[in-house]
Design a protein around this ligand. Structure first.
Ligand code: CA
Length: 265
């Protein structure tokens, strides 16, 4: 049972689906907001800060992909689940690149959708014991603020004094005066996956275990989705995503995370 009402934004231009989702989610105890086109979905997403958005792909005004991308550009971290009609052939990689966490194909069963909504909200709300900051290579993963920062001399970087201060306060100090920090934008699922890798550094993790522990048992996705998230994470933290030195493939098993490149065997 949720100890507070999670707010969910449902974006769907088909009135019967919208109404059905709203009613079922309300019965399940959620506070539900609705929008029927892209621009108003974006506005509500920014202003009402829902914990989760169920986002139709084909919408008047602006596509669901576009809404998703714009929300992520503003640094918003809510869970986003894309709703796609079977004939639209949801482009999984594109959707995940735009920052979606998951997707369901219409027509879907209400039971399946509710299970997935519950799983994804639980995942976000889970508080785990252990370090709140992980350092590896030139990165700092801050679990409190849910940000990944990259230390570097890069000139693209906008290192603000405020961010540096926060990094110092967070625990282990890898920041020094003059360091510049670049914030690497991760989707909610990428963040959860990376945090899980960091917490289990050096262990060979099976795909089954990763999917169960990171996505939760309510997850109905395939192992291909996991691979898509790993590919996307590699593109953000590996110098050469094709020759990873942090998220290593363990053939026949799954993946292993190593923080330091020299640990590679
Ligand atoms: Ca539609």
């Amino acid at each position: 049972m949720p100890d507070h009402k999670h707010r969910i934004l449902v974006v769907e231009d088909e009135a019967s689906i919208l109404l059905g989702l709203k009613e079922n989610l309300e019965v399940a105890g959620y506070e539900v907001l609705t929008a029927t086109d892209g621009p108003s979905a974006l506005k509500l997403g920014v202003e009402a800060r829902p914990a989760l958005i169920l986002l139709d792909v084909m919408l008047p005004g602006m596509s669901g992909y576009e809404v998703c991308r714009k929300l992520r550009e503003q640094g918003l971290q809510m869970a986003i689940v894309m709703l796609t009609a079977r004939q639209e052939e949801f482009d999984k990689l594109h959707g995940f690149e735009m920052g979606a966490d998951d997707y369901v194909t219409k027509p879907f069963s209400v039971g399946e959708l509710l299970a997935r909504v519950k799983a994804i909200l639980l995942r976000g709300g889970r508080q785990q014991a252990g370090p709140r900051v992980y350092e590896f290579d030139v990165f700092l993963l801050d679990l409190e603020e849910r940000v990944l920062k990259k230390k570097g001399p890069g000139s693209r970087v906008q290192g603000s004094g405020k961010k540096m201060q926060r990094a110092r306060d967070a625990g282990p100090v890898i920041a020094a005066e003059g360091d510049r920090w670049e914030e690497i934008v991760l989707t909610r699922t990428e963040f959860d996956l990376l945090a899980y890798f960091c917490a289990n550094e050096g262990k060979a993790l099976s795909r089954e275990r990763l999917m169960n522990d990171v996505w939760g048992t309510g997850y109905f996705g395939t192992q291909r989705s996991l691979d898509s998230f790993v590919a996307s994470l590699r593109s953000k933290i590996e110098k050469k995503p094709g020759e990873p030195t942090h998220i290593l493939t363990v053939h026949g098993v799954g993946y292993k995370f190593v923080g330091k490149e020299e640990q590679r065997t």
